[in-house]
Design a binder for this molecule. Sequence first.
Ligand SMILES: [Zn+2]
Ligand SMILES: [Zn+2]
Length: 271
Amino acid sequence: MKLCMLGSGSDGNAILMQAGATRILIDAGFSTRVMSKRLASIGVDPRSIEAVIVTHEHVDHAKGAAAGAKKWGWQIYATEGTRGACVSLADADTRSIASSGTIKIGDLEVRTVPTSHDAEEPVAIVAMGKPTGVRAAIVYDLGVMTDTVTSAIEGVEMLILESNHDGEMLRNGPYPLMLQRRIAGREGHLSNRAAGIAAAHCAHRGLAHIVLAHLSETNNTPRVANDAMERALKRTCFRGRITLGAQNSPSQTMSATSARDFASSQLSLGL
Ligand SMILES: [Zn+2]
Ligand SMILES: [Zn+2]
């Protein structure tokens, strides 16, 4: 299982996921011009991507999905709510997914989990790659970690997690009170602190990567988000890497082995 975050933030989100011979995107919140540029920079032909799953209708997640599908033959997947609320998907050939269900796309088994966000029917994604069984979770654009999301991400080897804002920076920042409340509310965006609690809960020896996503450019900084996450993970058994998702450039391509392989490699090393 391989992951590359092509970009993340309020100006656009897209994540490339690969298992075996299957490549899919989770969200395509950039124009096709930006998408093709970023994919080219990591050596990926957009026509080699089978599908795009749109997590919700907000433009920073859905912007390039229909245009990319038309241009490069992607199959679009979205919940009925997302499909209905997304103008650009109105005329696109979109396959419906349940907000709580599992679909198979080639070598990937993709589970959808409902999230608490101010969208029609938003979802988080937990995908498992064949044949390794490695699992990756994508959890962003949510105001709170519900029990459903928390239990769905237990044991994953890769975790892309929203770390949107620092509570104090949001309160003391330039946003009007209404907007501050929306962001910090139950259907808003996850704070650094909430992300830290979620990651610490999910930490295990096989968790290879935590990627901090959807950082606010006004109410957060990469340093503040990273420090908060390091603090939260300090007393856990997490030994993986923390990566900061950037708005304007792709991350490195990340990969992980399955928890079972990890455990046996530890045994064979006598650890
Ligand atoms: Zn968003
Ligand atoms: Zn959103």
